[in-house]
Ligand binder design. Structure first.
Ligand SMILES: NC(=O)c1ccc[n+]([C@@H]2O[C@H](COP(=O)([O-])OP(=O)(O)OC[C@H]3O[C@@H](n4cnc5c(N)ncnc54)[C@H](O)[C@@H]3O)[C@@H](O)[C@H]2O)c1
Length: 274
C-alpha cells in the first residue's frame, strides 16, 4: 500500500535487469507511491532481461541507453522530459559492473583496460548522467538523485576487488556534483550504501554467500533487502528529505557501526569447542 509520497513526480530509473534488481523493486515502489518514470538499461541488458514486463506493470516507457555514452544519455534525458511531460524530479543510478570480477582476475592482478571499463560503467557513468541532466537543465527544483554504493568504499572486502575503488569514486562524485546541483538548482545528490543483496551483480562477487551470511550475523537488524532499499530510496525521492544532500547513507541494518556481534562470536566459539 502506498502513501502517495511521489504523486505527480517524474523520474528516470537506471538498472532494472530482472525482478531481483534493486532498481526493479524501486520501480514497483515508486509506482505504488504515485510517481511516473522512464525505465532505462544498456541495450544489451534489455535483450537479456524482462524490462518490458516491468514497464507494462508500472505504465513506464523504456528508453535504452548505455550509461557510458554521452550521446545515449543526451537522447535519453531529452526524450524522458518529453514523454513524461516535464522536468525530472528523481533519478536512480543503479548500475555496477567490474570486468575483473566477472573474469576472475583478483585485485592484485588486474587487467587495466578492464579496470577502466568497470570504472566507466560503475562510477564515470554517474558523473555523465548528472552532467547531462545539469547541462540540459532537466531537473526540477528540489529534485533528488540517488546512486547505490557498498561499504567496500570505506573498509576492506578483498573479493569486492576493483569495485571497492569504483564505489569510493562514485561516492566522491555524489559529493562533488551534489555541491553544484545544490548551489545552482536546489537538487540533492546522495548515495545509499546498501547491504549485500542477492542480485545478478551481487551474486557475481566471489564469496558472496559467505559475506551475505556474515553481514546478516553482524547486523543488529539483519541485512536490508532489495525491497527495504527501494523503500529507503522512495523516502529520499520524497519531499520529506529535502535538506539531505552530499551524503553516503548506510542502509545496512547497522553493519557499518559494528565491531563484533554475539552471533559471530558464538560461531567462532563453537568452532573452537565443537
Ligand atoms: N547486490 C548487492 O549486494 C549490492 C550491494 C550494494 C550496492 N549494490 C549496487 O546496487 C546497484 C544495482 O545492482 P543490483 O545489485 O541491483 O544488480 P543488477 O545486476 O540487477 O543491476 C546492475 C545493473 O547495471 C546495469 N548496467 C551494466 N552496465 C551498464 C551500462 N553500460 N549502461 C547502463 N546500465 C548498465 C545492468 O544491466 C543491470 O541492470 C549497483 O550499483 C550495485 O553495485 C549492490
Amino acid at each position: 500500500m502506498g502513501y502517495g509520497l511521489l504523486k505527480g513526480k517524474r523520474g528516470i530509473i537506471f538498472g532494472a535487469l530482472d525482478e531481483n534488481s534493486i532498481a526493479w523493486k524501486t520501480a514497483e515502489r515508486v509506482h505504488e507511491e504515485g510517481g511516473s518514470f522512464v525505465l532505462t538499461n544498456a541495450p544489451i541488458a534489455m535483450r537479456m532481461g524482462t524490462i518490458s514486463q516491468l514497464a507494462e506493470k508500472t505504465g513506464a516507457n523504456v528508453i535504452p541507453a548505455d550509461a557510458t555514452s554521452l550521446e545515449d544519455l543526451e537522447k535519453l534525458i531529452s526524450e524522458s522530459v518529453e514523454v513524461l511531460g516535464g522536468k525530472i524530479d528523481f533519478v536512480l543510478h543503479s548500475i555496477g559492473m567490474s570486468v575483473n570480477v566477472r573474469k576472475g582476475r583478483v585485485y592484485s592482478d588486474q587487467k587495466y583496460d578492464w579496470t577502466a571499463k568497470g570504472w566507466d560503467v560503475s562510477a564515470g557513468s554517474f558523473h555523465k548522467v548528472m552532467q547531462v541532466l545539469y547541462k540540459q537543465d532537466a531537473m526540477n527544483e528540489w529534485g533528488s538523485i540517488v546512486a547505490l554504493s557498498y561499504i567496500a568504499a570505506q573498509r576492506v572486502f578483498p573479493d569486492y576487488n576493483d569495485m571497492a575503488d569504483n564505489k569510493a569514486f562514485l561516492e566522491s562524485i555524489a559529493r562533488s556534483f551534489g555541491y553544484f546541483f545544490g548551489r545552482d538548482k536546489n537538487v540533492r545528490v546522495n548515495t545509499i550504501s546498501q547491504s549485500p543483496t542477492p542480485t545478478t551483480a551481487g551474486k557475481g562477487v566471489k564469496g558472496f554467500n559467505g559475506f551475505i551470511l556474515y553481514a546478516e550475523k553482524m547486523s543488529p537488524l539483519g541485512n536490508a533487502s532489495a525491497l527495504d532499499c527501494a523503500n529507503y530510496t522512495v523516502s529520499l525521492f520524497s519531499d520529506l528529505t529535502r535538506k539531505v544532500t552530499l551524503q553516503n547513507l548506510f542502509h545496512d541494518g547497522g553493519f557499518s557501526n559494528m565491531g563484533v556481534s554475539d552471533a559471530v562470536m558464538q560461531a567462532f566459539e563453537e568452532q573452537q569447542n565443537p
